[in-house]
Design a protein around this ligand. Structure first.
Ligand code: GDP
Ligand code: GDP
Length: 437
């Protein structure tokens, strides 16, 4: 299930980032504890009355320059239109209505997306006279807020939530393997999608697209049903967005959230980029199955060591994802595309594998015998038993005497032992501790 996306659009200095920080609060840097992963401040996970959403400050994507304000705004607007479910169009209540606001309103009005007009910097309860000018924009009743004084935010967020699309909850049946293809522009995402869909044994289902602009492509291969997530977003390339890397990250985040298995596409001619780390890190954080797909393998000059050297490099760059299988493909020649399909199915199975409690405890007990749990100040960690609480991703709950004693290194040790026996290839495993007397 994807979170709705709320985009903030408006001229410089109307208070977009002030508003963003106010709403996003402290939730901005949620992925910072994953090594090699950072998150930009332009998007954040936010929540209002149990509705989770992603907030994007489109203004934060562009360098500041007074001369190109209008073209910047156009870009912001187009990005927002492509990605957002609800658009917050922020104007400045102190300055009043200006011509640029009208230009933006004209574009926004033609999109069909819900737009909420927000008059910021109304710092007290009295509406300034200029407030009424904003009705001229033809965007309905404006919401008066003060980002600095936190006034009017609740009403505004209520309205935003009321406009969230209902079909974001659209769920596919559980037998379908949902696959997201992620990676930087030009990595070969659309090429590989086309290659997969062009495979002889692949039958693309004929399903009418919904009204949403993010269209997924279901297909079958052998007895298995798959869905490629957000293929429309990848295949259709609008000129405006093509060059904007950050935009493609945001799009990827929402695809990742809906996927079971993520294919992180690495361009073999470029190696692992910062953006690759970011999206792969997000897939990891979200507990998704992952495959690292090294594309354009046809362009690489090879000798006997090339593949193992590449593997080593990727393992060190994407160290947090050591469980993910690596496959070397060419979307151009079709090399190993069939194998990729098999690998997707395999990882999906691993991701949804459930270990019987008895077998899990046999493995844990054996691990404890081989390597005693740590102790601290004379108190030893005692492990009573373990059970797998859920799948996709596998979550293992271990009942112990004292959480303080359950150090990371011992968790890592147990995880490795579990993987040695059961595999869980391509999927992160989360281990949780519960105290019990
Ligand atoms: P952005 O360029 O649209 O992201 O605008 P900023 O968030 O950087 O804000 C521009 C200026 O407006 C800053 O000096 C803010 O402190 C100020 N500002 C933002 N929101 C408000 C508000 O609600 N009331 C007042 N009085 N000033 C605000
Ligand atoms: P996207 O932006 O990630 O969707 O990337 P595209 O699929 O549009 O590919 C970008 C460029 O790389 C295009 O010119 C493709 O023809 C080329 N390309 C993609 N995959 C391969 C490959 O496996 N080998 C070679 N030689 N070129 C490729």
């Amino acid at each position: 299930m994807a979170k709705p996306v709320v985009a903030i659009v408006g001229r410089p200095n109307v208070g977009k980032s002030t508003f963003f920080n106010r709403i996003a609060g402290k939730r901005i840097s949620i992925v910072e504890d994953t090594p090699g992963v950072t998150r930009d401040r332009i998007y954040a996970d936010a929540e209002w009355l149990n509705h989770k959403f992603t907030l994007i400050d489109t203004g934060g994507m562009e360098p500041d320059s007074k001369d190109i304000i209008l073209s910047q705004m156009r870009n912001q607007v187009y990005m927002a239109l492509d990605t957002a479910d609800v658009i917050l169009f922020i104007v400045d209540g102190r300055t009043g209505l200006v011509a640029q606001d009208e230009e933006v309103a004209n574009i926004l009005r033609r999109t069909g997306k819900p737009v909420i007009l927000v008059v910021n910097k109304v710092d007290n309860r009295d509406l300034p006279d200029s407030f009424y000018d904003f009705y001229q924009l033809g965007m309905g009743e404006p919401f008066a807020i003060s980002s600095t004084n936190a006034l009017g935010l609740g009403d505004l967020l209520d309205e935003a939530v009321a406009n969230f699309p209902k079909d974001k909850d659209l769920d596919y049946d559980d037998d379908q393997i949902k696959v997201a293809v992620i990676g930087k522009p030009n990595a070969g995402k659309s090429s590989i999608i086309n290659k997969i869909l062009g495979e002889e044994r692949v039958i693309v289902s004929d399903i009418a697209g919904t009204t949403r602009d993010a269209i997924d492509t279901p297909f079958t291969h052998g007895d298995d049903e798959y869905v490629l997530i957000d293929t429309a977003g990848i295949r259709r390339k609008s000129k405006v967005n093509e060059n904007i890397e950050k935009y493609s990250v945001i799009r990827a985040l929402s695809a990742i959230e809906r996927a079971d298995v993520c294919l992180t596409m690495i361009d073999a001619t470029e190696g692992v980029t910062e953006q690759d780390k970011k999206v792969a890190g997000y897939a990891h954080e979200e507990g998704k199955g992952s495959i690292i797909v090294v594309n354009k393998w046809d362009l690489v000059e090879k000798d006997t060591h090339t593949m193992s050297e590449f593997t080593k490099m990727i393992r060190s760059e994407l160290a947090f994802m050591s469980y993910a299988p690596i496959i070397f493909v060419s979307a151009l020649t079709g090399q190993r595309i069939n194998k990729l399909l098999e690998l997707i199915k395999f990882v999906s199975n691993q991701h949804s594998m459930r270990i019987p409690t008895g077998r899990l405890n046999d493995v844990i007990n054996e691990a404890i015998l081989l390597n005693q749990p740590p102790s601290d100040k004379g108190k030893r960690l005692r492990i009573y038993y373990a059970t797998q609480a859920s799948v996709r991703p596998p979550k293992i709950v271990i009942f112990i005497n004292d959480k303080e004693l359950a150090h990371f290194s011992y968790s890592r040790y147990l995880e490795n032992k579990i993987r040695e026996t059961f595999g869980f290839e391509g999927t992160p495993i989360s281990i949780l501790y519960r105290e019990r007397d």
